[in-house]
Design a protein around this ligand. Structure first.
Ligand SMILES: Nc1ncnc2c1ncn2[C@@H]1O[C@H](COP(=O)(O)OP(=O)(O)OP(=O)(O)O)[C@@H](O)[C@H]1O
Length: 252
């Protein structure tokens, strides 16, 4: 299988009051095209930082990261922004939609930069995405007129509007109740079945258990991983137990 992300010897520090703190320490990791990978680990272990560096949203001190064969570490800011906008989609824990725009306009917004003349086409595409995500009737609502779970599904539609190769999600279910979280995970599984690669950070073993590979982080390193295979192959309860027991070992 082809690597969509290849990270080699990633080292990342942040400036602290007196000195630097090492947040990622000599991490080498590959994500393969079409994979659904999640990252678990104790709070502060570096999960979000790993996601942001692998997607080129944040810089690294040393090492090399390639995305789809292109070196992110060698790219300038403009080139990086183009890659992120055109080939990657992002979903965060907290909503990022603009409050003064309707749901549909928020979804179309990132695609307008590259397709200024195609507003109508993009609006139709946004409507189709909303339909597929199960919230087709909410297109013209404002962000304060939908629930947290519905808003997160709309944010997923925005992440998909440019037909990215890969989705990066940082705790996408972290602020949701369990029912909404289940719906969001159905959406992610559907997106993955369509061939898109997903990298997802989570604290929730049941969420991680739905991905096919789980990376476990501790103190800035990937210390273990679990190969679960695609969800259709086995029962979620067994998978969740496996993730939980591995996580307990990592935390010891
Ligand atoms: N911008 C920053 N400046 C300084 N330190 C930072 C910055 N961002 C993160 N850190 C530190 O880096 C470490 C890793 O943070 P990160 O957010 O990647 O961890 P995490 O595993 O995602 O944690 P959580 O599960 O709590 O979200 C933490 O010690 C954090 O305080």
């Amino acid at each position: 299988m082809k690597k969509i992300i290849n990270g080699q010897h990633i080292h990342k520090t942040f400036a602290a009051v007196k000195d630097k703190i090492t947040v990622l320490e000599d991490i080498s990791v590959a994500i393969y095209e079409g994979e659904f990978v999640s990252v678990m680990g104790p709070s502060g272990s570096g999960k979000s930082t790993l996601l942001y560096t692998l997607s080129g949203m944040d810089t690294i001190d040393h090492g090399e990261i390639t995305f789809n064969g292109q070196s992110l570490t060698a790219c300038g800011e403009t080139e990086l922004a183009d890659i992120r906008r055109q080939q990657m989609g992002f979903v965060f824990q907290q909503p990022t939609f603009l409050k003064n725009l309707a749901i549909i306009d928020n979804i179309v917004l990132p695609a307008l930069r590259d397709n200024r003349k195609k507003g109508k086409e993009l609006a139709n595409k946004a409507k189709q995405l909303l339909e597929k995500t199960g919230i087709g009737d909410l297109a013209y609502r404002m962000t304060n007129q939908v629930s947290g779970g519905q808003l997160q599904r709309a944010e997923i539609c925005r992440a998909l509007i440019n037909e990215p190769k890969m989705i990066f999600a940082d705790e996408p279910t972290g602020a949701l109740n369990s029912r909404s979280a289940e719906e969001i995970m159905k959406n992610f599984l559907q997106i993955n079945q369509q061939g898109r690669t997903i990298l997802l950070v989570t604290h929730d073993a049941k969420v991680a258990a739905q991905s096919e590979r789980v990376l476990f982080m501790k103190d800035g390193q990937i210390v273990d991983e679990l190969h679960l295979g695609k969800l259709s192959n086995s029962f979620l309860e067994n998978r969740t137990e496996k993730v939980t027991s591995k996580m307990l070992k990592v935390e010891m």
